[in-house]
Design a protein around this ligand. Structure first.
Ligand SMILES: Cc1ncc(COP(=O)(O)O)c(C=O)c1O
Length: 417
């Protein structure tokens, strides 16, 4: 059990994974430098406990606990029955491309052309495509800490150098000044993620715009990961880089996803919106790797965008309720402080005041929580933020209440000893 929850990003060897070393498998240089995901490690820890019959409180999941809405499932069934089960163009069916373009036109007033949109196997593939088509060895890619685990790994895979921007002093909200200070002559790309996984923080629109001005003045490319776009809690505002003027979007790739918005994580549909030349390069990579994303899921995604949107509103209302309860409760636990997340479905509390009496790292805290209270959280070190843990509230209110009680019990125990 001990090894399961530890953030591998914080602990694994720099040159080659131990499995590869043991098997003498000649893993390629760049892949050898990649880390396995900390979020996957948390998921495995929860599964192992459950399999042993333990009553686990699982704050690990990075996916909605809701079912995919029925109208979307019905669209997939209809697509199958209609024989829409063959290859599609690598960039996706025209109906899906048009629906994505229409969504951005209606919602953000952005005019995208079909040559600037492609469907991908989740937002993750859009990010992968965008990075590998742009980055050469020696290129620097700016990534704000804490970051979603995949960002640095994709950059490393492409042979680039992740350059991390510390944001703790601004409560994990990236500022234009921080970006400006991190830029060097080798900076090729900046990856933005608002709302953020793991912090849930949201970039204020004015700062977002200023950052886009800074980068576009210098010809630096930007990937804006907007996978949590629709889960924003007022007074914070839903903001997409698509709403910026066209001249600020000439170096921009938006990575979007159906996974979180429509509870469709397993369907694997996302998209990239980028200038035509960048999209063409991404199509080349995708055409020679996965080809198109699943044809049936693409038809389901068309329904997701064009059908009733009540399910999104209902999910957001439920996340709002959970978030309020959880934040109030977390902030009341001795030794824990937590900045208010304005989006996504994560809280990212600071547990450093609990790192005492033998506990040195947030990984050890998470491990102790797992062993003594059977509660899974994800170690912040895996997201580049040692001393923090990620708590996902994409789980039922009952689980949240029970889990919060368990965290309180451990915190009180640590502080009493
Ligand atoms: C910040 C962020 N970006 C992108 C993704 C990718 O999601 P998907 O590939 O399922 O669309 C995730 C998934 O957890 C995420 O948290």
């Amino acid at each position: 059990m001990k090894t399961l929850l530890k953030s591998e990003a914080a602990t694994s060897p720099p040159a080659m994974t131990s499995t590869a070393a043991q098997n003498s498998f000649p893993v390629s240089h760049n892949v050898a430098r990649m880390q396995t995901s900390a979020t996957m490690a948390a998921m495995q820890a929860a599964e192992a406990l459950r399999a042993a019959g333990v009553n686990v409180c699982d704050f690990g999941p990075g996916e909605p606990d809701f079912d995919t809405p029925d109208n979307i499932k019905q669209a997939a069934i209809a697509a199958m029955k209609a024989g829409r089960t063959k290859y599609t163009p690598a960039g996706g069916i025209r109906e899906l491309q048009r629906s994505i373009i229409e969504f951005y036109r209606k919602t953000f007033g952005a005019e995208y052309q079909p040559a600037e949109v492609m469907a991908t196997a989740g937002g993750k593939q859009a990010i992968f495509n965008a990075v590998v088509t742009l980055i050469d060895p020696g290129d620097e890619v700016l990534i704000a800490k804490p970051y979603w685990v995949t960002f640095p790994e994709v950059v490393i895979f492409a042979g680039g150098t992740p350059v991390f921007i510390e944001t703790e002093e601004t409560d994990f909200v990236l500022t234009p000044d921080q970006v400006e200070q991190a830029i060097t002559p080798r900076t090729k790309l900046l990856i933005l993620n608002s709302p953020s996984n793991p912090s849930g923080r949201v970039l204020p629109p004015a700062d977002f715009r200023r950052i886009m001005e800074l980068t576009s003045e210098r010809g630096i490319f930007v990937v804006s990961d907007e996978c949590y776009l629709r889960f924003v809690y007022p007074p914070a505002q839903v903001f997409s880089a698509a709403s910026l003027p066209a001249e600020l979007r000439s170096h921009l790739c938006i990575a979007g996803s159906f996974s979180k918005t429509y509870a469709m994580t397993g369907w694997r549909v996302g998209y990239a919106l980028a200038p035509a030349a960048w999209t063409q390069a991404m199509l080349k990579v995708q055409g020679h790797s996965t080809s198109n994303t699943n044809s049936i899921a693409q038809w389901a995604a068309v329904e997701a965008l064009n059908g009733p949107q009540e399910s999104v509103t209902e999910m957001l209302a439920e996340y709002t309720r959970r978030r309020e309860w959880l934040l109030r409760t977390l902030c009341d636990i001795p030794g824990i402080t937590c900045a208010t997340p304005e989006g996504a479905f994560y809280a990212f509390p600071d547990v450093r005041a609990l790192l005492k009496n033998g506990l040195k790292t947030s990984g050890e805290f998470a491990q102790r929580l797992l062993e003594e209270e059977h509660t899974v959280v994800t170690d912040g070190a895996g997201f580049g933020a040692e001393g923090f843990v990620r708590i996902s509230y994409a789980t039922s209110m009952d689980q949240i209440k029970e889990g919060a009680e368990r965290i309180r019990r451990l915190a009180e125990k640590i502080l009493q000893t």
